[in-house]
Write a protein that binds this ligand. Structure first.
Ligand code: NAP
Length: 276
């Protein structure tokens, strides 16, 4: 008798909007892997029990999305170095009898910026707006590329400052409030706030960007996000949403689970067509 396919999924709250089932189904088809991938809406009080049941029932791996990425650190029995540094987990994998927690967000962003977009970030000035879970995940991989420096600006300045202090051993990184940093142009501005989700734009001095500044919104949705619209209106030639990062972080998770790296270009093109 043939074995049932290995079981994977994404856990979030809400999760109905998630594109991960579509992405992983395409990866599985392209790499001829037999697996199922579902979305589970799990409220915070049920997280521990539902994840434990999933793995006890033979589940092989989960993606973890909002609002559970920080709580998921405690669900893992072992953490990769990048997940430990980020103190946030977006991928769980059953490996050798242990539940491993990883964070593939930063690697996904760097892959999209450097491989798909062809950027070189060594020596660059980077501004990150926001100091939440996503910023935690992307800081170490960005600092590894040896930019001249990273400024984290956040609505709540103290969160930006404590995050900068936590990563200061990896490179030049400072934290501040919105409107409190010197508005010299940056080479790359990353919007890692969730302001786009409510149709808002974090306050940002126009002098922070030139037409050559690359603007990257981690958020994505149907059409352009407010941050992408804002950047284009100010003459920015390259303003991008986070779909590329989404697909690349998913490819990292898939490789961790299955030991095979899926190609991403076709999946990204399909998503862009779908999202408009
Ligand atoms: P989070 O932990 O909830 O952090 C939210 C951040 O946004 C905080 O810094 C918060 O500031 C700030 N913020 C919220 N509303 C704001 C507003 N109206 N104006 C200015 N700042 C505001 O969220 P997260 O996990 O870091 O996620 C951030 C974004 O990244 C989300 O849009 C998420 O979808 C996206 N993301 C995308 C990918 C991808 O693969 N493309 C992966 C991960 C995350 P305070 O500290 O002052 O509250």
């Amino acid at each position: 008798m043939s074995q049932p396919p290995d079981s994977y999924g994404v856990v979030g709250h809400p999760v109905a909007h998630s594109l991960s089932p579509f992405i992983h189904a395409m990866f599985a088809r392209a790499t001829a892997q037999q697996l199922t991938y579902r979305a589970w809406d799990v409220a915070p009080p049920e997280l521990l029990q539902r994840v434990a049941e999933f793995f006890a029932g033979g589940g092989r791996g989960l993606n973890i999305t909002l609002p559970h990425k920080i709580a998921a650190v405690d669900l893992a029995q072992q953490l990769t170095e990048r997940a430990a540094h980020a103190a946030a987990v977006n991928t769980l994998a059953a490996q050798d009898g242990v539940i491993l927690g990883d964070n593939t967000d930063g690697a996904g962003l760097v892959r999209d910026l450097c491989h798909n977009q062809g950027l070189t970030l060594a020596g660059s000035r980077i501004l990150i707006l926001g100091a939440g879970g996503a910023t935690r995940g992307i800081l170490a991989p960005l600092l590894e590329l040896q930019p001249q420096g990273i400024v984290i600006a956040n609505r709540t300045a103290e969160r930006a400052q404590s995050l900068a202090a936590a990563f200061a051993d990896l490179g030049t990184v400072g934290g501040t409030g919105f409107g409190q940093f010197d508005a010299q142009p940056f080479d790359l501005i990353i919007n890692a706030t969730s302001a786009s989700l409510s149709g808002e734009m974090p306050p940002l001095p126009a002098a922070a960007l030139t037409p050559d500044t690359v603007c990257y919104d981690l958020a994505y949705g149907k059409g352009d996000t407010p941050f992408v619209v804002w950047a284009r209106q100010r003459g920015c030639r390259r303003a991008l949403s986070g779909l590329g990062m989404l697909v690349e972080q998913a490819a990292e998770s898939f490789e961790l689970w299955r030991g095979v790296r899926p190609a991403t270009a076709e999946v990204l093109a399909a998503l862009r067509a779908r999202q408009g």
